[in-house]
Structure formats: C-alpha cells, structure tokens
Write a protein that binds this ligand. Structure first.
Ligand SMILES: *Cc1c(COP(=O)(O)O)cnc(C)c1O
Length: 398
C-alpha cells in the first residue's frame, strides 16, 4: 500500500492558519471523533444505559483497540491491552518484570528517560521493601551497564527532549544475554516510527495514545506483554477486570488467562470511543511510508536551519537511524522563541532548559507547513521578535 497523505490529512480538524508541529505532545482532533462521541452519548449511554456494556461492545474496547495499535508496533494479536495511563501501565510492566527476575535487584534506566517513568520506578521500589535499586546512566552508557546484577532494563526508545533513538533490538538482545528483562516505553514511537516488538523480542512495552496516535487529551495508555510471558505474569495491580471471572465477585484474586490480566478497573468508555475513532486513520497507513515522509520533512527542516538560522543549534541526532520523528534545537531564549512562533501560528513546544521541539507528523504535515514554519523561525530569530516582553511570561504547560 502507498499511503495517501492528502487523505490522511483530511481526517483531521486543523485550525485555519495554524502550522501544528506539536503532534508529538497532543495530536490534533480527528474529525470522526465528534460523530463517535455523539453515538456513544446519545445512542449508547443515553438510550441503552447499562445494557451498553454488553450490547454496544463497551467491554471489547480494551483488547480491540490494543490489536489496532498492535499492527503499528509489530505486536501479535491479543498481546496489548488499553486502559489507565502510561505511568500506570509502566508501573504494572516494571512490577511484573521484577517479579519474573526475583534474584536480581537493579532496575537500569537512563537520563534520557521521561521523569514520570523514573518516579514510578522510585515509588515501586519504596513500596516493594526488597532493597531494589534504580540505576540511571547516560544513554550512551546503557549497553555497557547491562550486567548480571540487572533485573530489568527500563528505557524509553525515543528521547522526548532530543528525539534520540535507542537501538531496541540490539539492547534487548544484550539484556537477554545478561539475563535481564526489558520494558520499553513507546510514548514517542507508536505512530511515529516503525516498531517491531515481535522481531525485537521485547518482553514488555507501554505507551500512550494522545501523542502521535491522536487519541485526545488524557487518552488511555497501553501495555504489551510478549505472548510467551503473559500467563507467567503476576499482576501487581490486581483489579477486578483482570480477574478470571469478574462477575463471580470472588473474594480471592485469580488473574484471567491472557493479556486482559493487565486490565485494572472500569475504563473510560468515552475516552476509549474517541481513541477508537482516532485510530481509523491508521488503518489506511503504512508505517514505512510515514517514516519515509517524516525523514524527508525533517531533512528539509534541518537543511533550512543549517543555511538560514545560525543562531540555533540542532540537538537531535543528524543520523536518521538514530532519530525518532521530532527535531529539537537549542537556544538560550528558546521559550520566548516558541512563544513568538505560536503568536505567528506555528505551534511547537519547549523543554527546559533550552530545547525548542518540533514534532514531524506526516499524517497532517507536509512540505508547505515545514516551509512556513522555517520562514517564521528565521523571522523571529533575525528580527529578534522573541525579545518582546509578552513572550517572556512563563506558563504552566510549556
Ligand atoms: C508522555 C510521556 C509520559 C506521560 O505519562 P502519562 O501517564 O500518560 O501522563 C510518560 N513517559 C514518557 C516517556 C512520555 O513521553
């Protein structure tokens, strides 16, 4: 299949006059979301009331949506379940991985990981009373730090700040050779780059759906467990919907067979329905096409900056193989530059202390948008528009 990007673009509501380069933080609104929401509110919740759990397929969303995401990240049918948030799914994956490797006490991660992942690990360690240790090394040091003390290698494949990408297959192999289990966070991978969880022999993976997958603010997270591990996994969050027989209301917990044991409690059906509608566009898409276009657009952006914006420096790897689907540039007053760009209708974002981030999302971004963003960037820098006082005021969400 050759992906039709004019068609994918038509799936989204894109406000007039805006160049949206922040789909790596919050994807835009899929047009189909409104009709799906109307159906869920009016025909399902409104008319069917509680019968909708059985009759409108509400109970099937968690695994059904998981399979839809699975196609994009090389996961076998029935190996992903959707729900809760990424932070919670990470906690579950990490707890399960530690439980499978009980003689070891080190969780290895890196300084490129998203803080929430590290915080969840710290909290889990405190709750476990097992003298576990979180070891955080530089991203370049991860491979060498995998030794026979490491129980779990917990990494985010694509660094949210710079877009630097870990070699998932090689690191997973190295971890396995050392007797460690892997937990991969795909927050900036799913829908951004081709991922092959099966081919990489990944053990656990987690991700969110509101970034490149466009599922909406606070859309549910997902968890993958390798099919050969799933029935050996003992869930740490023993919610009733992961029980073998939730409606038996037994007093003791027995996990159900298969990936549904990673479910916890009642899912937000409204959020699930919107996410399911958002995933419809992905059924028309080949990740290899998305990747090729992402790299071409990124190259176009980098070439322009090299030629016309000497004030800023590239923070992302130049080598496409080492990069996800975003570009980051360093500039001391990066926050003010991003604010000045937003005032011109070019939306990127900022990560402290000095990183300006631009998400490259080919489903709805093409050469015209990249060129417009580049021209605005050059103007803001050359004319020092960012120095204006209104662009200095720091907001809570950057
Ligand atoms: C976005 C992101 C999160 C956010 O987690 P939530 O629970 O969805 O708020 C966590 N980890 C990584 C790597 C992320 O990029």
């Amino acid at each position: 299949m050759t992906t039709n990007f004019a068609l994918t673009r038509s799936f989204f509501h894109l406000p007039e006059g805006i160049v949206y380069l922040d789909g790596n933080s919050l994807g835009p609104l899929p047009k189909g979301a409104q009709a799906r929401l109307d159906r869920v509110l009016e025909r399902e919740w409104g008319e069917m009331l509680i019968n909708a759990w059985n009759d409108a397929g509400w109970m099937d969303y968690s695994v059904g949506i998981g399979n839809r995401i699975g196609r994009l990240i090389g996961a076998a049918e029935g190996s992903i379940v959707v729900g809760d948030t990424l932070s919670i799914k990470l906690y579950q994956a990490l707890a399960a991985a530690l439980d499978l490797n009980p003689k070891r006490r080190v969780i290895l991660s890196d300084t490129g990981n998203f803080p929430s992942d590290l915080y969840m690990a710290e909290g889990l360690i405190r709750a476990s009373n097992k003298n576990l240790e979180l070891k955080v090394v530089d991203p370049q040091q991860v491979a060498d730090a995998i030794d026979d003390s490491v129980a779990v290698v917990m990494l985010t494949e694509v660094d949210y700040r710079t877009g630097r990408r870990h070699a998932m297959t090689a690191l997973t192999e190295r971890a396995h050779d050392a007797g460690a289990i892997t937990v991969w966070d795909l927050a900036h991978s799913a829908g951004a780059i081709p991922v092959d969880l099966t081919g990489a022999k990944a053990d656990f993976a987690v991700g969110c759906t509101y970034k490149y997958l466009n599922g909406g603010p606070g859309a549910p997270g997902f968890i993958y467990v390798a099919p050969d591990l799933i029935d050996r996994v003992r869930p740490a969050l023993c919610g009733w919907l992961g029980h073998e027989s939730p409606f038996a209301f037994d007093l003791d917990y027995r996990p159900v067979t298969g990936i549904e044991r990673m479910r916890v409690g009642t899912p937000s059906i409204i959020a699930m329905a919107v996410l399911d509608a958002a995933l419809e566009v992905w059924d028309q898409v080949e990740m290899a096409d998305v990747r090729a276009k992402s790299l071409a657009l990124s190259q176009r952006f980098m070439d322009f900056v090299d030629r016309h914006c000497p004030q800023i420096s590239l923070a992302s790897p130049r080598d496409p193989a080492m990069r996800g689907s975003q570009l980051s540039f360093r500039f001391p007053a990066g926050y003010a530059v991003v604010q000045a760009l937003i005032a011109k209708g070019v939306i990127g974002d900022f990560r402290a202390p000095d990183l300006m981030r631009f998400g490259i999302t080919p489903l709805f971004i093409g050469e015209a948008e990249i060129d417009a963003a580049c021209q605005s960037l050059k103007e803001v820098l050359d004319r020092e528009i960012w120095r204006q006082p209104q662009f200095q005021q720091q907001k809570f969400v950057t």
